[in-house]
Design a protein around this ligand. Structure first.
Ligand code: MEV
Length: 445
C-alpha cells in the first residue's frame, strides 16, 4: 500500500512539508510545489507572522478583501471591509447601504456585553453543604484569580457573577459554576478560559482544605472549564425604518411601496415559521456578518455557532431579523449576539485586519458590534428585496457569467461579446461554452 501517513510531519521544515505533500498526493508534484510556494509572501517576516497563526502551514489561502462603502450607522459613515469568496455579497451590501443612507441610515444599539463561561463538575456529596458554603467559595474563587483579573478590572471589566447550578436532574451528580464576565474591547477567550481553569483548581483546593468538607475530596471531580460561545447577553440590535411611501422598488416592473413592504414582511414571517427558509434567510445575514468578522480577524466560528443557537432559543430555529409595518412606518431589525474583540487575538497581528480596523476608525468592540449587525441587516434586506422582486438569479448570473468566462479562459473581446449576448438570456455553463466555441470558430474561419 502506498504510504500516505507520516509521523513527525510537524518537525519538517516548511519546504520539506511541501515536498512530502506534493510527492504523496499530487499527480504533478513539481508544478504543485511551485504553485503552493508561489503563494508564500515575498516578505519573509510577514510570512513568519502568518505561519505563526496556525500549525503545519505549507502556503497561504487567498480570499478577496472588498469594501462596502456608504454605511451610515448611528450618524457616522463607514466604508466596511469584507472578506468573502461569494460573488454579489459585497455588491448587495453596498447597494443596501446606499439605499438606507438616503433614508436615515442604520441605528445600532448595544443591549448588553456579558460573556459566559462554565466550570462543569461532578459532586457526589451533600448538595446542601455545597450551597451553604458557596458564599465562602465564591470569595475564595475571586481571591485566587486576582492575578488574572486585576488588569481586566483596571480596564473596567472582570468577573461579574458566579452562580452554582444544580444540573443533577439532567445528568447524575452534575453541577456547574456559571460565570459571567465583562471583557471590554477584547473578545476575552484566553482571559475567560484562564480564569475558569483557575476556578476549577480553587474549587478542588477549597474542598480539600475546608474543615467542613473533610473526607469530601473523593466526591468532587472537575470535568472541564471552558467559556461558552453562546452569549445571549452580548447582544446588539441594528435597525432601519422609514415611511412606507419612501420604499419604491424601481426597475422595469416596479411594485407599489405598499405591495413591496407587505410582500417583504410576509417573507420575513415565513422565515420565522419555517426552519428551512429560516436557515437560508439567516445564512444571508451571516454573508454580511462573517465577512466583516473575518476582515477584522474575529472568530467567525464562534459568531456563527452563537447566532444559530440564539436563532433557536425558543426551541425552533427562526429568522434572526424582524419586520413591522405600523402607522405607515416600515421597520426592519436584527438582534444578534456578537462576542467580538478589537484588541488582542489576531486583531492587531494580522496586517490586513489591522487595516480593516483602521478603516473603521479603530472602533471599540461595542461600536464594531453595531457595524457588523448593520452589515448583516443590510445583506438580509438586499437578499429579501431581490427575492420578493426580481428574484436572486438576475444579479448572481452576471457574476456567474464572469466566473464561467474566466474558467473557459475567455479573452477581453470574447468576454465583452458574451456579456452583450447573455444580457437577455439564461446563463449556463453549456450555453456559455457553446457561445464561445461558435464565436471562436467564426473568428478563425
Ligand atoms: C445566498 O448566499 C444568500 C441568500 O440565499 C439569502 C436568502 O435567501 O435570504 C440569497
Amino acid at each position: 500500500m502506498e504510504k500516505k501517513s507520516i509521523s513527525g510531519f510537524s518537525k519538517l521544515s516548511k519546504g520539506e512539508k511541501v515536498r512530502w505533500v506534493v510527492e504523496h498526493f499530487f499527480q504533478d508534484p513539481e508544478q504543485a510545489a511551485q504553485e503552493l510556494v508561489s503563494f508564500w509572501h515575498k516578505d519573509d517576516e510577514l510570512q513568519r507572522i502568518v505561519d505563526g497563526f496556525s500549525e503545519n502551514t505549507i502556503s497561504n489561502y487567498y480570499l478577496p478583501f472588498g469594501i462596502a462603502p456608504n454605511f451610515l450607522v448611528n450618524g457616522k459613515i463607514y466604508a466596511v471591509p469584507m472578506v468573502i469568496e461569494e460573488s454579489s455579497v459585497v455588491a448587495a451590501a453596498s447597494s443596501a447601504a446606499k439605499y438606507w443612507m438616503s433614508r436615515g441610515g442604520f441605528k445600532a444599539e448595544v443591549i448588553s456585553t456579558k460573556k459566559l463561561g462554565q466550570v462543569h463538575f461532578s459532586w457526589k456529596g451533600d448538595v446542601q453543604k455545597l450551597y451553604s458554603y458557596f458564599g465562602e467559595l465564591e470569595a475564595r474563587l475571586r481571591q485566587d484569580a486576582i492575578h488574572l483579573t486585576q488588569n481586566m478590572e483596571l480596564r473596567g471589566g472582570g468577573v461579574l457573577d458566579i452562580e452554582l447550578l444544580d444540573m443533577s436532574q439532567l445528568e447524575p451528580d452534575y453541577y456547574q459554576l456559571k460565570v459571567s464576565f465583562e471583557t471590554c474591547d477584547s473578545m476575552g477567550a484566553n482571559f475567560i478560559n484562564s480564569v475558569l481553569e483557575e476556578f476549577g483548581s480553587t474549587l478542588q483546593i477549597f474542598v480539600q482544605e475546608h474543615p467542613a468538607f473533610e473526607g469530601d475530596e473523593r466526591h468532587l471531580e472537575v470535568i472541564m472549564a471552558i467559556l461558552s460561545n453562546y452569549t445571549p447577553e452580548c447582544i446588539v440590535r441594528a435597525s432601519v425604518e422609514c415611511p412606507i411611501e419612501e420604499l419604491a422598488t424601481g426597475g422595469k416592473d416596479p411594485m407599489s411601496p405598499q405591495e413591496f413592504v407587505e410582500k417583504f414582511a410576509k417573507a420575513v414571517r415565513i422565515a420565522h415559521i419555517d426552519p428551512h427558509r429560516a436557515t437560508t434567510h439567516n445564512k444571508g445575514i451571516f454573508n454580511g456578518v462573517d465577512a466583516v468578522v473575518l476582515a477584522t480577524a474575529n472568530d467567525f466560528r464562534a459568531i456563527e455557532a452563537c447566532g444559530h443557537t440564539y436563532a433557536a432559543r425558543d426551541g425552533q430555529y427562526r429568522s434572526l431579523s424582524h419586520c413591522s409595518i405600523e402607522n405607515g412606518i416600515f421597520r426592519f431589525w436584527l438582534d444578534l449576539p456578537l462576542a467580538l474583540g478589537t484588541v488582542g487575538g489576531l486583531t492587531r497581528l494580522h496586517p490586513i485586519a489591522r487595516r480593516s480596523l483602521e478603516l473603521l476608525g479603530n472602533p471599540s468592540a461595542a461600536e464594531l458590534m453595531g457595524i457588523i449587525a448593520a452589515t448583516g441587516l443590510a445583506q438580509n434586506f438586499a437578499a429579501v428585496r431581490s427575492l420578493v422582486t426580481t428574484g436572486i438569479q438576475k444579479g448572481h448570473m452576471k457574476m456567474h457569467l464572469m466566473n464561467i468566462l474566466n474558467h473557459l479562459e475567455a479573452n477581453g473581446e470574447e468576454a465583452r461579446e458574451a456579456i452583450e449576448h447573455f444580457k437577455d438570456k439564461v446563463v449556463s455553463y453549456t450555453a456559455v461554452r457553446e457561445f464561445l466555441d461558435s464565436f471562436r470558430e467564426c473568428k478563425n474561419a
